[in-house]
Design a protein around this ligand. Structure first.
Ligand SMILES: Nc1ncnc2c1ncn2[C@@H]1O[C@H](COP(=O)(O)OP(=O)(O)OP(=O)(O)O)[C@@H](O)[C@H]1O
Ligand SMILES: [Mg+2]
Length: 471
Protein backbone atom coordinates (compact mmCIF):
# COMPACT_ATOMS: atom_id res chain seq x y z
CA UNK A 1 0.00 0.00 0.00
CA UNK A 2 1.39 3.47 -0.88
CA UNK A 3 0.43 6.59 1.03
CA UNK A 4 -1.43 9.45 -0.65
CA UNK A 5 1.08 12.01 0.63
CA UNK A 6 3.37 13.48 -1.99
CA UNK A 7 5.83 15.14 0.31
CA UNK A 8 8.33 13.96 2.94
CA UNK A 9 7.36 14.07 6.57
CA UNK A 10 9.30 15.42 9.51
CA UNK A 11 8.57 12.92 12.22
CA UNK A 12 10.05 13.77 15.63
CA UNK A 13 9.87 11.02 18.21
CA UNK A 14 6.96 11.03 20.57
CA UNK A 15 8.39 12.34 23.86
CA UNK A 16 6.38 10.03 26.09
CA UNK A 17 7.14 6.86 24.12
CA UNK A 18 10.80 7.69 23.67
CA UNK A 19 11.50 8.56 27.27
CA UNK A 20 9.61 5.50 28.40
CA UNK A 21 11.66 3.28 26.05
CA UNK A 22 14.89 4.89 27.21
CA UNK A 23 14.02 3.89 30.74
CA UNK A 24 13.99 0.24 29.79
CA UNK A 25 17.57 -0.11 28.66
CA UNK A 26 18.40 -2.51 31.47
CA UNK A 27 20.54 -0.44 33.81
CA UNK A 28 20.82 -1.51 37.42
CA UNK A 29 21.31 1.07 40.18
CA UNK A 30 25.03 0.27 40.17
CA UNK A 31 25.55 0.51 36.41
CA UNK A 32 23.52 3.73 36.30
CA UNK A 33 25.60 5.40 39.02
CA UNK A 34 28.77 4.13 37.34
CA UNK A 35 27.72 5.80 34.06
CA UNK A 36 27.39 9.14 35.89
CA UNK A 37 30.77 8.62 37.57
CA UNK A 38 32.29 7.99 34.12
CA UNK A 39 31.38 11.56 33.22
CA UNK A 40 32.95 12.88 36.42
CA UNK A 41 36.19 11.02 35.70
CA UNK A 42 36.22 12.26 32.10
CA UNK A 43 35.84 15.78 33.52
CA UNK A 44 39.03 15.29 35.54
CA UNK A 45 37.41 14.83 38.97
CA UNK A 46 39.72 13.75 41.82
CA UNK A 47 36.96 13.31 44.35
CA UNK A 48 33.45 12.01 43.78
CA UNK A 49 30.74 11.55 46.38
CA UNK A 50 27.63 9.41 46.03
CA UNK A 51 24.83 10.16 48.49
CA UNK A 52 21.74 7.98 48.59
CA UNK A 53 18.85 9.32 50.67
CA UNK A 54 16.12 6.88 51.47
CA UNK A 55 12.51 8.03 51.35
CA UNK A 56 11.15 9.41 54.64
CA UNK A 57 7.73 10.67 55.79
CA UNK A 58 8.88 14.21 54.95
CA UNK A 59 10.77 13.77 51.67
CA UNK A 60 11.15 11.48 48.70
CA UNK A 61 14.17 9.34 47.96
CA UNK A 62 17.06 11.00 46.16
CA UNK A 63 20.53 10.21 44.88
CA UNK A 64 23.29 12.77 44.40
CA UNK A 65 26.57 12.30 42.62
CA UNK A 66 28.92 15.22 43.23
CA UNK A 67 32.30 15.79 41.64
CA UNK A 68 35.09 18.34 41.62
CA UNK A 69 35.74 18.05 37.88
CA UNK A 70 36.13 20.98 35.47
CA UNK A 71 32.38 21.71 35.44
CA UNK A 72 30.33 23.11 32.58
CA UNK A 73 29.36 26.53 31.37
CA UNK A 74 25.65 27.16 30.89
CA UNK A 75 25.77 26.49 27.15
CA UNK A 76 27.79 23.30 27.64
CA UNK A 77 25.32 22.14 30.26
CA UNK A 78 22.40 22.71 27.91
CA UNK A 79 24.17 20.65 25.23
CA UNK A 80 25.02 17.98 27.80
CA UNK A 81 21.33 17.64 28.71
CA UNK A 82 20.37 16.90 25.10
CA UNK A 83 19.65 13.29 24.22
CA UNK A 84 22.47 12.38 21.88
CA UNK A 85 24.62 15.38 22.76
CA UNK A 86 27.64 14.18 20.73
CA UNK A 87 27.89 11.80 17.80
CA UNK A 88 29.17 8.34 18.73
CA UNK A 89 31.39 8.58 15.62
CA UNK A 90 33.34 11.54 17.00
CA UNK A 91 36.93 10.80 18.00
CA UNK A 92 37.33 11.08 21.76
CA UNK A 93 40.28 11.90 23.98
CA UNK A 94 42.12 8.80 25.10
CA UNK A 95 40.89 9.14 28.69
CA UNK A 96 37.30 10.06 27.81
CA UNK A 97 34.99 7.36 29.10
CA UNK A 98 31.99 8.53 27.04
CA UNK A 99 30.88 7.45 23.56
CA UNK A 100 27.20 7.97 22.83
CA UNK A 101 26.27 11.38 24.19
CA UNK A 102 23.46 9.67 26.06
CA UNK A 103 24.64 8.16 29.36
CA UNK A 104 23.82 11.10 31.63
CA UNK A 105 20.20 11.01 30.52
CA UNK A 106 19.65 7.29 29.91
CA UNK A 107 21.27 6.23 33.20
CA UNK A 108 19.31 8.84 35.16
CA UNK A 109 15.93 8.12 33.55
CA UNK A 110 16.44 4.42 34.20
CA UNK A 111 16.14 5.16 37.93
CA UNK A 112 14.19 8.39 38.33
CA UNK A 113 11.70 10.75 36.74
CA UNK A 114 13.47 13.98 37.59
CA UNK A 115 17.08 14.71 36.65
CA UNK A 116 18.69 17.94 37.78
CA UNK A 117 22.26 18.83 36.89
CA UNK A 118 24.05 21.67 38.63
CA UNK A 119 27.45 22.69 37.32
CA UNK A 120 29.95 25.36 38.23
CA UNK A 121 32.71 26.73 36.05
CA UNK A 122 34.51 30.10 36.00
CA UNK A 123 32.54 31.27 39.08
CA UNK A 124 29.23 30.69 37.26
CA UNK A 125 26.75 28.12 38.48
CA UNK A 126 24.07 26.80 36.12
CA UNK A 127 21.35 24.27 36.66
CA UNK A 128 18.78 22.55 34.46
CA UNK A 129 16.30 19.71 34.91
CA UNK A 130 14.43 17.19 32.88
CA UNK A 131 11.15 16.16 34.44
CA UNK A 132 9.58 13.19 32.70
CA UNK A 133 6.12 13.99 34.06
CA UNK A 134 6.32 17.45 32.50
CA UNK A 135 7.51 16.01 29.17
CA UNK A 136 4.57 13.62 29.15
CA UNK A 137 2.12 16.31 30.25
CA UNK A 138 3.19 18.93 27.68
CA UNK A 139 4.41 16.58 24.95
CA UNK A 140 7.43 18.87 24.60
CA UNK A 141 11.13 18.49 25.23
CA UNK A 142 11.16 21.45 27.59
CA UNK A 143 14.38 21.64 29.58
CA UNK A 144 13.64 23.48 32.81
CA UNK A 145 16.03 26.11 34.07
CA UNK A 146 16.25 25.76 37.84
CA UNK A 147 14.86 28.75 39.75
CA UNK A 148 16.79 27.79 42.82
CA UNK A 149 19.34 25.16 43.63
CA UNK A 150 18.48 22.71 46.42
CA UNK A 151 20.88 23.14 49.39
CA UNK A 152 22.14 19.56 49.02
CA UNK A 153 23.24 20.27 45.43
CA UNK A 154 25.24 23.44 46.15
CA UNK A 155 28.81 23.37 44.87
CA UNK A 156 31.26 24.73 47.44
CA UNK A 157 34.46 24.33 45.46
CA UNK A 158 35.55 26.46 42.49
CA UNK A 159 34.28 24.01 39.93
CA UNK A 160 32.39 20.78 39.75
CA UNK A 161 29.11 19.15 38.91
CA UNK A 162 26.23 17.64 40.85
CA UNK A 163 23.81 15.18 39.34
CA UNK A 164 20.64 14.90 41.38
CA UNK A 165 18.01 12.21 40.91
CA UNK A 166 14.58 12.82 42.39
CA UNK A 167 11.21 11.12 41.92
CA UNK A 168 13.01 7.83 42.17
CA UNK A 169 10.53 5.18 41.10
CA UNK A 170 12.71 2.28 40.01
CA UNK A 171 14.55 1.44 43.23
CA UNK A 172 12.08 -0.22 45.59
CA UNK A 173 14.72 -0.67 48.30
CA UNK A 174 14.89 3.12 48.73
CA UNK A 175 11.21 3.44 49.61
CA UNK A 176 10.27 4.00 53.23
CA UNK A 177 8.47 0.65 53.29
CA UNK A 178 11.61 -1.31 52.36
CA UNK A 179 13.17 -3.54 54.98
CA UNK A 180 16.32 -2.17 56.63
CA UNK A 181 18.05 -5.34 55.55
CA UNK A 182 17.26 -4.71 51.84
CA UNK A 183 18.32 -1.08 52.09
CA UNK A 184 21.67 -1.94 53.63
CA UNK A 185 22.28 -4.75 51.13
CA UNK A 186 21.58 -2.28 48.31
CA UNK A 187 24.15 0.13 49.73
CA UNK A 188 26.65 -2.68 50.07
CA UNK A 189 26.05 -3.80 46.50
CA UNK A 190 26.58 -0.29 45.16
CA UNK A 191 29.85 0.12 47.12
CA UNK A 192 31.15 -3.26 45.96
CA UNK A 193 30.31 -2.58 42.31
CA UNK A 194 31.89 0.86 42.30
CA UNK A 195 34.97 -0.50 44.09
CA UNK A 196 35.31 -3.12 41.38
CA UNK A 197 34.42 -1.06 38.27
CA UNK A 198 36.73 1.82 39.19
CA UNK A 199 39.41 -0.11 41.09
CA UNK A 200 42.22 1.02 38.82
CA UNK A 201 41.27 4.69 39.18
CA UNK A 202 40.95 4.37 42.96
CA UNK A 203 44.32 2.64 43.17
CA UNK A 204 45.74 5.62 41.22
CA UNK A 205 44.39 8.14 43.73
CA UNK A 206 40.77 8.87 42.72
CA UNK A 207 38.57 9.17 45.80
CA UNK A 208 35.03 7.86 45.60
CA UNK A 209 32.92 8.24 48.72
CA UNK A 210 29.66 6.59 49.51
CA UNK A 211 28.24 9.04 52.03
CA UNK A 212 31.22 9.51 54.33
CA UNK A 213 32.79 6.14 53.60
CA UNK A 214 35.66 5.97 51.20
CA UNK A 215 35.15 3.15 48.73
CA UNK A 216 38.01 0.67 48.64
CA UNK A 217 39.30 -0.72 45.37
CA UNK A 218 38.47 -4.35 44.66
CA UNK A 219 41.17 -5.92 42.56
CA UNK A 220 39.68 -9.04 40.93
CA UNK A 221 43.15 -10.51 40.46
CA UNK A 222 44.16 -10.21 44.13
CA UNK A 223 47.56 -8.82 43.14
CA UNK A 224 48.26 -7.71 46.72
CA UNK A 225 46.97 -10.88 48.39
CA UNK A 226 49.53 -12.67 50.58
CA UNK A 227 48.68 -15.81 48.58
CA UNK A 228 49.51 -13.88 45.33
CA UNK A 229 47.94 -14.97 42.06
CA UNK A 230 49.91 -17.00 39.61
CA UNK A 231 50.24 -14.66 36.64
CA UNK A 232 51.23 -15.23 33.05
CA UNK A 233 53.08 -12.68 30.91
CA UNK A 234 51.08 -9.84 29.38
CA UNK A 235 50.48 -10.42 25.67
CA UNK A 236 49.45 -8.09 22.90
CA UNK A 237 47.12 -8.44 19.92
CA UNK A 238 47.62 -8.20 16.98
CA UNK A 239 50.26 -10.78 16.56
CA UNK A 240 50.40 -9.33 13.03
CA UNK A 241 48.78 -6.41 11.17
CA UNK A 242 45.26 -5.82 12.49
CA UNK A 243 43.66 -2.50 13.30
CA UNK A 244 42.09 -3.83 16.50
CA UNK A 245 44.33 -3.76 19.55
CA UNK A 246 44.10 -5.58 22.86
CA UNK A 247 46.26 -6.63 25.79
CA UNK A 248 45.68 -9.74 27.80
CA UNK A 249 47.02 -11.26 30.99
CA UNK A 250 45.88 -14.50 32.62
CA UNK A 251 45.75 -15.05 36.37
CA UNK A 252 45.02 -18.02 38.55
CA UNK A 253 43.90 -16.41 41.77
CA UNK A 254 44.69 -17.76 45.25
CA UNK A 255 42.15 -20.33 46.32
CA UNK A 256 41.08 -18.81 49.62
CA UNK A 257 40.57 -15.31 48.23
CA UNK A 258 38.66 -16.59 45.25
CA UNK A 259 36.31 -18.55 47.45
CA UNK A 260 35.54 -15.68 49.76
CA UNK A 261 34.81 -13.19 46.98
CA UNK A 262 33.33 -15.47 44.38
CA UNK A 263 30.63 -17.22 46.33
CA UNK A 264 28.43 -17.99 43.37
CA UNK A 265 31.36 -19.18 41.29
CA UNK A 266 30.45 -16.95 38.36
CA UNK A 267 33.28 -14.44 38.53
CA UNK A 268 35.65 -16.65 36.63
CA UNK A 269 36.62 -15.63 33.14
CA UNK A 270 37.35 -12.39 31.36
CA UNK A 271 37.56 -8.99 32.98
CA UNK A 272 37.22 -6.55 30.11
CA UNK A 273 38.60 -3.05 30.59
CA UNK A 274 38.09 -0.05 28.37
CA UNK A 275 41.03 2.11 29.36
CA UNK A 276 41.13 1.91 33.14
CA UNK A 277 37.38 1.30 33.46
CA UNK A 278 36.07 -2.23 34.00
CA UNK A 279 33.21 -2.95 31.60
CA UNK A 280 32.54 -6.61 32.16
CA UNK A 281 33.38 -8.76 35.17
CA UNK A 282 33.67 -12.46 34.50
CA UNK A 283 32.17 -14.85 31.97
CA UNK A 284 33.79 -16.50 28.98
CA UNK A 285 32.60 -14.05 26.29
CA UNK A 286 30.57 -16.75 24.55
CA UNK A 287 33.78 -18.42 23.31
CA UNK A 288 33.21 -21.85 21.83
CA UNK A 289 32.63 -24.60 24.42
CA UNK A 290 33.76 -22.44 27.34
CA UNK A 291 31.21 -22.42 30.10
CA UNK A 292 31.29 -21.35 33.73
CA UNK A 293 32.25 -24.46 35.69
CA UNK A 294 33.31 -25.02 39.27
CA UNK A 295 36.84 -26.19 38.51
CA UNK A 296 37.65 -23.02 36.54
CA UNK A 297 36.68 -20.64 39.31
CA UNK A 298 40.30 -19.55 39.89
CA UNK A 299 40.88 -18.53 36.26
CA UNK A 300 40.62 -14.80 35.59
CA UNK A 301 41.79 -13.00 32.50
CA UNK A 302 42.45 -9.31 32.28
CA UNK A 303 41.60 -8.00 28.82
CA UNK A 304 42.27 -4.37 27.88
CA UNK A 305 41.32 -2.23 24.92
CA UNK A 306 41.20 1.52 24.30
CA UNK A 307 38.20 3.72 23.44
CA UNK A 308 39.27 3.98 19.78
CA UNK A 309 38.21 0.34 19.46
CA UNK A 310 34.61 0.92 20.69
CA UNK A 311 33.02 0.07 17.37
CA UNK A 312 34.95 -3.16 16.82
CA UNK A 313 34.25 -4.19 20.43
CA UNK A 314 30.54 -3.26 20.15
CA UNK A 315 30.53 -1.43 23.45
CA UNK A 316 26.94 -0.96 24.68
CA UNK A 317 25.43 2.29 25.92
CA UNK A 318 25.40 1.11 29.55
CA UNK A 319 29.16 0.33 29.35
CA UNK A 320 28.49 -3.04 30.86
CA UNK A 321 29.28 -5.26 27.91
CA UNK A 322 31.79 -5.54 25.08
CA UNK A 323 32.03 -8.19 22.39
CA UNK A 324 35.50 -9.10 21.16
CA UNK A 325 36.02 -8.78 17.40
CA UNK A 326 35.58 -12.10 15.55
CA UNK A 327 39.20 -12.20 14.36
CA UNK A 328 40.40 -12.22 17.98
CA UNK A 329 38.28 -15.06 19.32
CA UNK A 330 40.65 -17.93 18.58
CA UNK A 331 43.48 -16.04 20.23
CA UNK A 332 41.35 -15.35 23.33
CA UNK A 333 40.26 -18.97 23.49
CA UNK A 334 43.85 -20.20 23.49
CA UNK A 335 44.67 -18.17 26.61
CA UNK A 336 41.35 -18.97 28.25
CA UNK A 337 42.13 -22.68 27.92
CA UNK A 338 45.57 -22.18 29.51
CA UNK A 339 44.14 -20.35 32.51
CA UNK A 340 41.31 -22.87 32.88
CA UNK A 341 43.72 -25.80 32.82
CA UNK A 342 45.87 -24.27 35.51
CA UNK A 343 42.81 -23.51 37.65
CA UNK A 344 41.67 -27.11 37.27
CA UNK A 345 45.09 -28.44 38.27
CA UNK A 346 45.36 -26.12 41.26
CA UNK A 347 41.95 -27.14 42.56
CA UNK A 348 42.65 -30.85 42.03
CA UNK A 349 45.97 -30.61 43.87
CA UNK A 350 44.33 -28.78 46.76
CA UNK A 351 41.44 -31.26 46.92
CA UNK A 352 43.90 -34.16 46.93
CA UNK A 353 45.73 -32.58 49.87
CA UNK A 354 42.50 -31.99 51.74
CA UNK A 355 41.32 -35.51 51.04
CA UNK A 356 44.57 -36.86 52.45
CA UNK A 357 44.26 -34.68 55.49
CA UNK A 358 40.71 -35.93 56.07
CA UNK A 359 41.83 -39.57 56.02
CA UNK A 360 44.39 -39.00 58.76
CA UNK A 361 43.49 -40.96 61.87
CA UNK A 362 44.73 -40.04 65.33
CA UNK A 363 45.93 -41.96 68.34
CA UNK A 364 44.10 -39.57 70.64
CA UNK A 365 40.46 -38.57 70.48
CA UNK A 366 39.50 -35.15 71.75
CA UNK A 367 36.14 -34.98 73.44
CA UNK A 368 34.60 -31.76 74.55
CA UNK A 369 34.87 -31.01 78.26
CA UNK A 370 36.99 -34.02 79.14
CA UNK A 371 40.63 -35.04 78.81
CA UNK A 372 41.76 -36.60 75.49
CA UNK A 373 41.18 -40.34 75.28
CA UNK A 374 43.21 -42.96 73.50
CA UNK A 375 41.54 -44.10 70.31
CA UNK A 376 41.73 -47.87 70.41
CA UNK A 377 40.04 -48.10 67.02
CA UNK A 378 43.01 -46.51 65.25
CA UNK A 379 44.60 -49.16 62.95
CA UNK A 380 48.00 -48.63 64.63
CA UNK A 381 46.53 -49.31 68.08
CA UNK A 382 44.61 -52.31 66.82
CA UNK A 383 47.75 -53.83 65.30
CA UNK A 384 49.86 -53.26 68.40
CA UNK A 385 47.23 -54.63 70.75
CA UNK A 386 46.70 -57.66 68.62
CA UNK A 387 50.49 -58.35 68.85
CA UNK A 388 50.41 -57.67 72.57
CA UNK A 389 47.61 -60.22 73.07
CA UNK A 390 49.47 -62.85 71.09
CA UNK A 391 52.59 -62.16 73.17
CA UNK A 392 54.60 -60.97 70.16
CA UNK A 393 55.27 -57.40 71.27
CA UNK A 394 58.71 -56.80 72.73
CA UNK A 395 59.71 -54.19 75.32
CA UNK A 396 61.53 -51.99 72.83
CA UNK A 397 58.46 -51.57 70.63
CA UNK A 398 56.31 -50.98 73.70
CA UNK A 399 58.64 -48.31 75.05
CA UNK A 400 58.97 -46.57 71.71
CA UNK A 401 55.22 -46.61 71.24
CA UNK A 402 54.56 -45.15 74.69
CA UNK A 403 57.03 -42.33 73.98
CA UNK A 404 55.30 -41.59 70.67
CA UNK A 405 51.93 -41.62 72.39
CA UNK A 406 53.27 -39.10 74.88
CA UNK A 407 54.56 -36.67 72.24
CA UNK A 408 51.34 -36.94 70.23
CA UNK A 409 49.11 -36.09 73.20
CA UNK A 410 47.07 -32.99 72.21
CA UNK A 411 48.36 -30.95 75.13
CA UNK A 412 51.99 -32.09 74.78
CA UNK A 413 54.30 -29.08 74.73
CA UNK A 414 57.60 -30.60 75.83
CA UNK A 415 60.53 -31.59 73.71
CA UNK A 416 61.07 -34.99 72.21
CA UNK A 417 62.10 -37.55 74.81
CA UNK A 418 63.79 -40.01 72.51
CA UNK A 419 67.08 -39.20 70.78
CA UNK A 420 66.97 -39.08 66.98
CA UNK A 421 68.35 -42.59 66.63
CA UNK A 422 66.09 -44.13 69.32
CA UNK A 423 63.14 -42.37 67.76
CA UNK A 424 63.98 -43.86 64.35
CA UNK A 425 64.39 -47.26 65.96
CA UNK A 426 61.00 -46.95 67.70
CA UNK A 427 59.22 -46.19 64.44
CA UNK A 428 61.09 -48.98 62.67
CA UNK A 429 60.03 -51.43 65.39
CA UNK A 430 56.41 -50.29 65.19
CA UNK A 431 56.52 -50.65 61.41
CA UNK A 432 58.03 -54.09 61.75
CA UNK A 433 55.30 -55.21 64.14
CA UNK A 434 52.55 -53.78 61.97
CA UNK A 435 53.97 -55.39 58.84
CA UNK A 436 53.48 -58.76 60.44
CA UNK A 437 49.82 -57.88 60.94
CA UNK A 438 49.08 -56.13 57.64
CA UNK A 439 51.98 -56.73 55.28
CA UNK A 440 54.70 -54.12 54.60
CA UNK A 441 52.91 -52.00 52.03
CA UNK A 442 49.68 -51.63 53.97
CA UNK A 443 51.60 -50.99 57.21
CA UNK A 444 53.46 -48.11 55.51
CA UNK A 445 50.17 -46.67 54.23
CA UNK A 446 48.58 -46.82 57.69
CA UNK A 447 51.51 -45.02 59.30
CA UNK A 448 51.47 -42.31 56.61
CA UNK A 449 47.78 -41.76 57.37
CA UNK A 450 48.10 -41.66 61.15
CA UNK A 451 49.02 -38.71 63.29
CA UNK A 452 51.80 -38.19 64.50
CA UNK A 453 53.62 -40.54 62.06
CA UNK A 454 52.31 -38.58 59.07
CA UNK A 455 54.36 -35.59 60.32
CA UNK A 456 57.62 -37.46 59.78
CA UNK A 457 57.53 -38.23 56.04
CA UNK A 458 61.33 -38.39 55.76
CA UNK A 459 61.75 -41.06 58.45
CA UNK A 460 58.76 -43.02 57.11
CA UNK A 461 60.25 -42.90 53.60
CA UNK A 462 63.52 -44.37 54.90
CA UNK A 463 61.84 -47.09 56.95
CA UNK A 464 58.79 -48.05 54.93
CA UNK A 465 60.08 -47.12 51.44
CA UNK A 466 57.73 -45.77 48.76
CA UNK A 467 57.26 -42.14 47.87
CA UNK A 468 55.56 -39.60 50.01
CA UNK A 469 54.50 -36.26 48.57
CA UNK A 470 54.97 -33.58 51.20
CA UNK A 471 51.66 -31.84 51.95
N1 LIG B 1 30.14 15.58 35.61
C1 LIG B 1 30.38 16.20 34.45
N2 LIG B 1 31.33 17.16 34.38
C2 LIG B 1 31.57 17.80 33.22
N3 LIG B 1 30.94 17.53 32.06
C3 LIG B 1 29.99 16.60 32.07
C4 LIG B 1 29.66 15.89 33.26
N4 LIG B 1 28.67 15.03 32.96
C5 LIG B 1 28.42 15.17 31.65
N5 LIG B 1 29.20 16.12 31.10
C6 LIG B 1 29.18 16.55 29.71
O1 LIG B 1 27.99 16.12 29.16
C7 LIG B 1 28.20 15.36 27.98
C8 LIG B 1 27.08 14.34 27.83
O2 LIG B 1 27.21 13.33 28.81
P1 LIG B 1 26.60 11.90 28.52
O3 LIG B 1 26.94 11.03 29.63
O4 LIG B 1 25.16 12.05 28.21
O5 LIG B 1 27.31 11.46 27.19
P2 LIG B 1 28.84 11.02 26.99
O6 LIG B 1 29.52 10.91 28.27
O7 LIG B 1 29.43 12.00 26.03
O8 LIG B 1 28.70 9.64 26.26
P3 LIG B 1 28.04 8.30 26.89
O9 LIG B 1 26.63 8.25 26.39
O10 LIG B 1 28.86 7.24 26.32
O11 LIG B 1 28.11 8.42 28.36
C9 LIG B 1 29.58 14.78 28.16
O12 LIG B 1 30.17 14.50 26.92
C10 LIG B 1 30.29 15.91 28.89
O13 LIG B 1 30.74 16.85 27.97
MG1 LIG C 1 28.73 9.68 29.82
Amino acid sequence: MTADLEHDVILPPDPESLTQSLRGMGYTVETAIADIIDNSISAGARSIRVIMNRETEQSGASILIKDDGVGMSESCLITAMKLGSISPLKKRRENDLGRFGLGLKSASFSQCRNLTVVSKKDQQTSSFSWDLDEIVRTGEWKLQKSREIPPCAQIEGEHGTVVLWRKIDRIPFMSKDAQDYDWSSLRKKVCMSLGLIFHRFIADGLEIYFGDDKIKPIDPFFSQDPGKPCDFPRVFWPESGSTVKAWLQCYVVPMTSAMSQDEDGCLQGFYVYRGKRLLQAGGWLGLKDLRVEEQYRLARICLDFENDGDEEWQVDIKKSRARPPAEMRQWLRKYALQARTLSDQTINRQNAKEGRRKRISKLWRKSRGSAPLLDYTSPVMEALFSRLESGGLDAQVMRGFLEILAVSHPSWKGCQILSGEDFRKAIAAIYETMSREYGGERAGEILRDTDPFCNWPGVLGEICGGSYEQS
